[in-house]
Design a binder for this molecule. Structure first.
Ligand SMILES: *Cc1c(COP(=O)(O)O)cnc(C)c1O
Length: 369
């Protein structure tokens, strides 16, 4: 039989994926990375209590997870001091973004983001036929004024902002985000991606009422909690929006191990604090390692440091590939002028020792080729 016809929407999509995995690169090169510093995973690992919870849950893994995620949602709600009806679980922020776009964006609906911001959001918007509009960063920060102005101009239904930002590591105060909310058009929802909020200074998350209809917040267990491989995150928003997720979400998408591990991780706030402290130390060290090779660190409120290579995108791309040739995995922003930089994830000292050993040589090779 011929290939079954794709829907016109899917047939018209580019065959690109938002991220090429380090595993793909390893298969292509036939070599394993020795320092995995490109995906902002937490090489500090999860809480030992989360690992113990997974061991216990492993015996019960023949059972589906609770499709309502009742206990974990209750824990998250208690952690935020809000009712459980404001919390929905999903397969990481990536999964939740897809569900949200599916819920709110019909083909042709306008959506606004920043040029060079988190590409998985764009991927879902395009995948559901939304019309994506973008505004430039301003001095390596997402630009709330430009986002609001563009939202008015195009009649946006959704505006995306990651705070703190990936890939630049920059951030705005919660007060600034609250101002953005007030500046958005009627019936426009702000998707506030707070994947890195645990690493940010106090006051980075806006104080907004739990039932505020203008905002949905996304949180994840992938970064500070060190559980990226499990796929678990959650969204916080007004109860009617949160309950609308039930109409389309994958009800068994968050597995039993993920729910058990996330509960244990959330309960171990001391461990979280230790990861945040070790991440801060790693950021300082990455900045020093970069400076020794003439790369300037940008300020970061995340678990990575963005280093300005001091040239154009081609130079930064050569730095990334010279590091890969030396078995060090890093990534870089995709769009100018952000693409003059490379992005290096925080990690424990042994991995940063490897970075220190190899960065100078990689930068030298990138500059002389
Ligand atoms: C890492 C990252 C995510 C992905 O989170 P998951 O919960 O693992 O899907 C989402 N948004 C931003 C900005 C990120 O950097």
């Amino acid at each position: 039989m011929d290939q079954p016809p794709l829907t016109p929407l899917v047939a018209g999509l580019p065959a690109t994926v938002p991220f090429i995995g380090p595993e793909t690169q390893e298969r292509a090169s036939g070599r394993a990375f020795v320092a995995r510093l490109g995906a902002n995973e937490s090489a500090f690992g999860p809480s030992p209590r989360a690992i113990a919870a997974m061991h216990l849950a492993a015996n019960e893994v023949w059972m589906y997870g609770d499709p309502e995620g009742f206990d974990l949602r209750a824990d998250i709600a208690a952690n935020h001091g809000i009712p459980r009806a404001h919390v929905v679980l999903g397969e990481g922020i990536d999964g939740l973004l897809g569900t949200l776009v599916r819920m709110l964006i019909a083909p042709g609906d306008a959506v606004v983001t920043s040029a060079g911001a988190y590409p998985t959001f764009n991927y879902h918007v395009t995948g559901y036929g939304g019309a994506l509009h973008s505004v430039p960063y301003r001095a390596d920060h997402a630009d709330p004024d430009a986002l609001a102005a563009k939202a008015h101009e195009v009649g946006a239904r959704l505006v995306y902002l990651a705070n703190p930002d990936n890939p630049m590591g920059s951030w705005h105060s919660g007060a600034r985000i609250a101002t953005l909310l007030d500046a958005l058009p009627e019936k426009c929802l702000l998707v506030l991606d707070e994947a890195y909020i645990e690493f940010a200074p106090g006051g980075t998350s806006p104080h907004v009422a739990a039932d505020d209809m203008r905002l949905v917040r996304m949180r994840t267990f992938s970064k500070a909690y060190g559980l990226a491989g499990l796929r678990i995150g959650y969204a916080l928003g007004a109860a009617p929006l949160i309950s609308a997720f039930d109409r389309v979400r994958a009800h068994f998408g968050v597995g039993r191990l993920a729910q058990a591990a996330a509960r244990a991780a959330l309960a171990d706030q001391d461990y979280l604090a230790s990861v945040v402290r070790r991440t801060e130390a790693a950021r300082v060290r990455i900045a020093d390692i970069g400076a020794a090779s003439g790369l300037q660190a940008l300020a970061s409120a995340t678990n990575f440091v963005t280093l300005d290579c001091g040239g154009d995108g081609a130079l930064a791309r050569r730095c990334v590939s010279e590091l890969a040739a030396r078995d060090v995995f890093v990534r870089m922003p995709g769009i100018a002028p952000l693409d003059r930089c490379i992005r290096i994830s925080a990690a424990p000292p042994p991995m940063l020792d490897l970075l220190q050993d190899r960065l100078a040589e990689a930068v030298h090779a990138a500059k002389s080729s």
